[in-house]
Design a protein around this ligand. Structure first.
Ligand code: UDX
Length: 437
């Protein structure tokens, strides 16, 4: 295998995972960030993000001398044969991706790049960005390659090292092959294509996942109306290999830092190309409906108005295994409950104290019993497996009313019913009345 000198610009979960994993594959990697404190921490082997296995890889890479961290892209790129751009592309005006960070890095490094090196866009960027980056760099000897990431938060390292596929796109075939060779040891199927198609793969994948989830959430609602059980239905369709078992769990709607942003960005790109994409718009609308529907369930559970009513929330993050609150459906449901006057106390294993600007209006407890104390209903919003193992007998003693709205269909309803709880799920067939009530 060729060992390459690599620079990675941006040390968020994508950049840091990319840098640490490429170093673990044997490459020599320098990661750059503009945040001096973060760089200092990383040089000391301290990883602030909750990503299993990442801290170990960083420590290993530092110790082996294959991984280093510097402040500023200009200090990372001069000797690099391959430069990865892993900077944020947040949602900008009207839903389109904001490319300011990509553009500013391109401007910063264009004069410093080693002759004939390759610049790789790993950030999720609109179709055409590789060509635009090449124009910004203004370097005829430097090829710009699109190599989208498919890393789920909370399992980014595993996803990087065991990829379903590697996608590399460039209009110059040799540059694409050089980037694909970086991953050779992983033995994954590799799609070599042009830059625009590689950029499109990322959007098409995330939007498909969003659509799949909205479909399942809509089927769950219909199951409720028709008296079917969505868990049996998804099991029944999931065995069909054309459909697959993954991404079939209904919930309070989908969220996070990627799926909503990418769905909006593709819709925006479609509109700009004068293409009507009702299928994708419907996925977003269904998601809003699903989030709102959870409030209806809580209202029904407490038997009327939520004004002044104490609700205990289990879960705040957008999914389990992360401390990320960005575009969390749990927070959207909390905000809707709050708007109707509910008094909210939440417990989340990944969020032990309030986060200003995110958890406003919700008291964050460090213990599930405190969240449940005096609650007229408990609402499960994130699928943390530990919620299944809670001492539900103890929670039954402290609540005002033994009812749980389980928006993730996570809990073992039999266990809860034994201690007197009524459990209301999503898309489930009507439950038997709780024992002893
Ligand atoms: C996503 C993509 O999966 C990943 O490939 C991409 O590169 C980055 O964006 P991530 O944002 O980490 O990853 O979250 P993901 O695991 O995809 O979950 C997205 C949302 O869907 C979460 O709110 C999650 O709770 C929800 N979800 C997921 C469900 O409601 N049901 C499911 O069955 C799966």
């Amino acid at each position: 295998m060729f060992v390459r000198r690599i620079a990675v610009v941006g040390t968020g979960y994508v950049g840091l995972t990319t840098g640490a994993c490429l170093a673990s594959l044997g490459h020599r990697v320098i990661c750059a960030d503009i945040d001096e404190r973060r760089v200092e921490e990383l040089r000391g082997g301290r990883v602030a993000i909750l990503e299993p296995g990442l801290a170990e890889l960083v420590t290993e890479g530092l110790a082996a001398g294959r991984l280093d961290f510097v402040v500023g892209a200009r200090n990372a790129v001069p000797r690099a044969e391959v430069v990865f751009l892993c900077v944020p592309t947040p949602m900008g005006e009207g839903g389109a991706a904001n490319l300011a960070a990509v553009e500013s890095v391109a401007a910063e490094v264009s004069g410093l790049l080693r002759p004939n090196c390759v610049v790789v866009n790993k950030s999720t960027v609109p179709v055409g960005t590789a060509a635009r980056t090449a124009a910004l760099l203004g370097r005829a000897d430097v090829a710009v390659v699109s190599n989208p990431e498919f890393l789920r938060e909370g399992s980014a390292v595993t996803d990087f090292l065991n990829p379903d596929r590697i996608v590399v796109g460039c209009d110059a075939q040799d540059a694409a092959e050089r980037v694909a060779a970086l991953y050779a040891r992983l033995g994954a199927p590799t799609v070599l294509t042009d830059a625009a198609s590689a950029e499109m793969v990322k959007y098409a994948a995330n939007c498909f996942l969003a659509m799949k989830l909205s479909y399942v959430n809509a089927v769950a609602e219909l199951c409720e109306r028709l008296g079917a059980d969505v868990l049996d239905v998804t099991e029944g369709i999931g065995y069909d290999r054309r459909i697959g078992q993954a991404f079939l769990s209904p919930g309070p709607g989908w969220g996070g830092s990627c799926l909503p942003k990418d769905t909006h960005a593709l819709l925006q790109a479609a509109a700009a190309a004068d293409f009507d994409f009702p299928l994708l718009q419907a996925s977003l609308d269904t998601n809003t409906r699903q989030r709102n529907r959870m409030t209806d369930k809580v209202r029904a559970a407490v038997g009327g108005s939520l004004d002044g009513v104490h609700i205990g929330l289990l879960g705040l993050t957008f999914k389990a295994g992360t401390d990320d609150l960005r575009d969390s459906p749990a927070l959207a449901v909390a905000a809707a409950l709050r708007a109707e006057g509910a008094v909210l106390v939440a417990y989340d294993p990944g969020v032990r104290a309030s986060v200003p600007g995110m958890t406003d209006g919700v008291e964050v407890a460090d213990d599930p019993v405190k969240a449940a104390q005096g609650a007229a209903a408990i609402v499960v919003l994130t699928e943390w497996p530990e919620f299944r193992m809670l001492d539900w007998g103890r929670l039954a003693e402290v609540v005002a009313n033994r009812v749980v709205v389980d928006t993730r269909n996570l809990l073992d309803a039999d266990v809860l019913r034994r201690v007197g709880f009524e459990v209301l799920g999503v898309g489930r067939r009507p439950q038997l009345p709780p024992v002893g009530r």
